[in-house]
Design a protein around this ligand. Structure first.
Ligand code: DC
Length: 340
């Protein structure tokens, strides 16, 4: 049965044609994706802009997205003292066989999350070198806050694994760029655990080897690889609350993250942690080899020209060397609550 529903959304923009159109597109895409609405199901969209946005009609963005049948209307939002500036609001009416008015997911993105704190999503960016504790901490926080954990390193590892499986020399950038077109990565969640699929094959375990880690670190230096994966990562974070870990989350992927954390630990402590992980899986490897690999990866991750690993200016640095997982999780959740 088809329901007729109305979905609300809001976002902020700068007063340029480019920004208004770009932000309106991001908002429309978020509304459509979160509610699984198809373009042909849209009946009508009302757009309002605050008085300070007059460089373009936001409806143009809808047309550019292919929304050409629906009735579109742009208006000026009423002026209320102290209300959010530079704001674009939408009310979208559509039919849906999936979503009801009760389950509709309204989208208040970026700064506009202040308009509906009851619906607000948040994003937590967790960056840092290999072995700093990012994935352990990210999983625990996502579990405690019932939000989605996105392991971006797993995506780079999947690209590396693809090359290894096909005998593609991943040290040659042009070969990896060429392969990129044939690589499809999907993330799914089973009992809140992320599973990663490479061209339909579950590679969640296969990507956790030292060989794949080394290949991931190499392919992560290639601009085309980063552009493709960053786009995917941003889309994943657009419609829900996320804890995302990686190397460039706070600096590149989510520059407007609600909170940015930069996790560190001494290289010997990180090698010790990796050793325990490998031993738990029954894999034999020496502490010295792991220390050497960690230091080599740090060097590669920090010195590449594209999106090197570095602390975002507004990130909070947390040294995990002598803290327990519980202490770190509690500290970060406390910081996040202050920001919301
Ligand atoms: O976190 P990890 O060990 O799974 O990451 C694998 C490699 O991918 C690591 O060497 C750095 C790279 N990476 C990156 O460059 N940017 C990210 N956002 C995540 C990982």
């Amino acid at each position: 049965m088809n329901n007729t529903i109305a979905i609300r959304g809001a976002i902020t923009a700068e007063n340029t044609r480019e920004s208004i159109l770009c932000q309106t597109k991001a908002l429309l895409e978020a509304v459509l994706m979160a509610n699984q609405v198809k373009i042909e199901e849209i009946i009508q969209i009302t757009f309002t802009c605050t008085k300070d946005l007059d460089a373009a009609y936001p409806a143009i963005a809808a047309r550019e997205l292919g929304i050409t049948e629906a009735a579109l209307m742009c208006m000026q939002e009423m002026e209320v003292v102290g209300s959010l500036e530079h704001c674009i609001r939408i009310a979208l009416i559509c039919t849906s066989s999936i979503v009801t008015q009760k389950t509709a997911r309204h989208q208040y993105l970026g700064e506009a999350c202040k308009l509906r704190p009851d619906l607000a999503t948040f994003s937590l960016a967790l960056d840092g070198p290999a072995g700093a504790g990012k994935s352990t901490i990210a999983k625990r926080i996502a579990g405690e806050l019932s939000c989605t954990y996105i392991d971006t390193g797993a995506m780079y590892r999947s690209v590396g694994l693809y090359c290894i499986q096909r005998g593609i020399d991943y040290t040659i950038e042009a070969l990896v760029n060429e392969a990129l077109e044939d690589i499809h990565i999907d993330l799914t969640y089973e009992n809140a655990n992320q599973r990663i699929y490479l061209n339909g094959e579950d590679v969640s375990e296969a990507i956790r080897t030292q060989e794949v880690a080394a290949s991931a670190s190499k392919v992560a230096t290639y601009e085309k690889v980063r552009i493709a994966l960053v786009e995917m990562q941003r889309k994943l974070a657009q419609t829900k609350s996320v804890v995302m870990d990686g190397r460039d989350i706070g600096t590149v992927v989510l520059p407007n993250a609600t909170l940015k954390i930069f996790l560190t630990a001494s290289s010997s402590e990180r090698a010790k942690r990796r050793l325990m992980e490998y031993q738990a899986k029954g894999m034999e490897v020496s502490f010295e080899t792991l220390l050497e690999e960690i230091e080599a990866r740090d060097y590669q991750d920090m010195n590449r020209s594209v999106s090197p690993l570095k602390k975002a200016e507004d990130a909070v640095e947390v040294d995990t060397t002598s803290l327990t997982v519980e202490q770190i999780v509690e500290h970060i959740i406390g910081l996040l609550k202050q920001k919301q």
